[in-house]
Design a protein around this ligand. Structure first.
Ligand SMILES: Cc1ncc(COP(=O)(O)O)c(C=O)c1O
Length: 355
């Protein structure tokens, strides 16, 4: 039962089609990136819907908390925490107990965990920094020091990986990062060697790695923000009109009275605001109602916003915020951001799952 007039629809069939499309091209096992509540799509439903896909080898999340929540779903596949888990004994032991793999993000990080003298090995994927400048071992010397020192009684090196800063952009920089990754891992053999995100798998032809991390394309969005129609957008966001009124010319709308009616106008109110992740910058953008586009006028409030409509719009009419008529890629361009940010910000919105 829906308890409010704003809701998202997540089409799980589309999600699966997108994964299949990427897998058909990449043709190697995949790790599904479902951090940040599956980029706002609901990690439980997403994980439970796809975990039996044969070529889906692992899941990736950002935090230990996300990893533990995923394990609670009784999912047996491997789970990698992409970010640095706090280097405290209790947290590392929790990871071991729940068979969660950690990213080994630096030499300091490694030596701290080593100092715990764990009696069971923790599974790790060694992270390499090939140009992002975020986390990871920085060069061959550091990697050699780590691998020479590491004790299999305390660490099970399950994989080695990197994340490119420009897989969706600057080609020359991408090549430099890929070359660094190849240099650093030359002659090594680990169960999992992974360097590709969606853009890496879809826009490049890297052949050496044996696992791909699929994030944004699974959700039907283009890594570079171009609306090329390659993927099927999985999430749509809707609201229903809760009030329509006619206001006389010169009337004001919203906080700060930033909008003035230029003539007698119809104004609709929908229950969607910045507390739902629908940021104030949306003022002036358009929504879609019954075949027409209408402008959001006045400031977006915390829980509501107003739309300049015409007399055809009635209480209860469905308002598409993004979906089949307004793509997330175009919305991201208008908001000067990326689709990732828009979907991750959405909260407090009930989700209807379409299978
Ligand atoms: C380390 C790492 N791998 C993979 C991904 C997935 O990237 P994408 O959503 O562009 O496929 C991310 C996303 O932020 C990431 O941080």
């Amino acid at each position: 039962m829906l308890l409010r007039d704003s809701y998202a629809v997540v089409d799980l069939k589309r999600l699966k089609n997108n994964i299949e499309k990427v897998h058909a091209r990449f043709n190697r096992p995949l790790m599904a990136v479902i951090k940040a509540d599956a980029y706002g799509h609901g990690f439980k439903e997403v994980a439970l819907y796809i975990h039996q896909l044969e070529y889906l080898e692992m899941f990736a999340v950002a935090t230990l908390e996300e990893a533990l929540e995923l394990r609670e779903l009784n999912i047996k596949k491997g789970i990698l925490v992409l970010g640095a888990v706090p280097t405290r004994r209790a947290q590392i032991e929790l990871a071991i107990e729940n068979d969660i793999s950690l990213a080994l993000v630096s030499l300091d990080y490694y030596y701290l965990i080593k100092s715990f003298k764990l009696d069971r090995p923790v599974k790790v994927h060694v992270k390499l920094d090939t140009g992002m400048g975020r986390i990871g071992l920085q060069n061959e010397e550091q990697l050699k020091e780590l691998l020479d020192d590491i004790n299999p009684g305390q660490f099970e090196v399950e994989g080695v990986f990197t994340h490119f800063a420009t897989a969706d952009g600057d080609e020359a920089e991408y090549k430099k990062q890929l070359e660094k990754y190849y240099r650093m891992t030359k002659g090594m053999k680990f169960k999992y060697m992974h360097c590709n995100n969606s853009a890496g798998m879809f826009y490049h032809d890297e052949q050496v790695s044996n696992l791909g991390r699929i994030g944004i394309t699974m959700y039907g969005l283009d890594p570079a923000g171009e609306h090329r129609g390659e993927f099927e957008q999985v999430m749509s966001l809707y609201s229903n009109v809760v009030m329509v009124k006619k206001i006389p010319k010169g009337s004001k709308v919203g906080y700060g009275m930033t909008y003035t009616a230029k003539s007698d106008e119809y104004i609709a109110t929908i229950p969607l605001g910045y507390a739902d992740g629908f940021i104030r910058k949306n003022q002036g953008r358009e929504v879609y109602i019954k075949g027409k586009y209408y402008q959001i006028v006045g400031r977006v409030c915390m829980d509501q916003c107003m739309i300049k409509v015409d007399e055809s719009v009635k209480v209860g009419d469905q308002v598409e915020i993004f979906g089949d008529h307004i793509s997330l890629d175009s919305m991201a361009k208008e908001l000067d951001t990326i689709s990732y940010e828009i979907i991750c910000l959405i909260k407090r919105i009930p989700i209807i799952y379409k299978k």
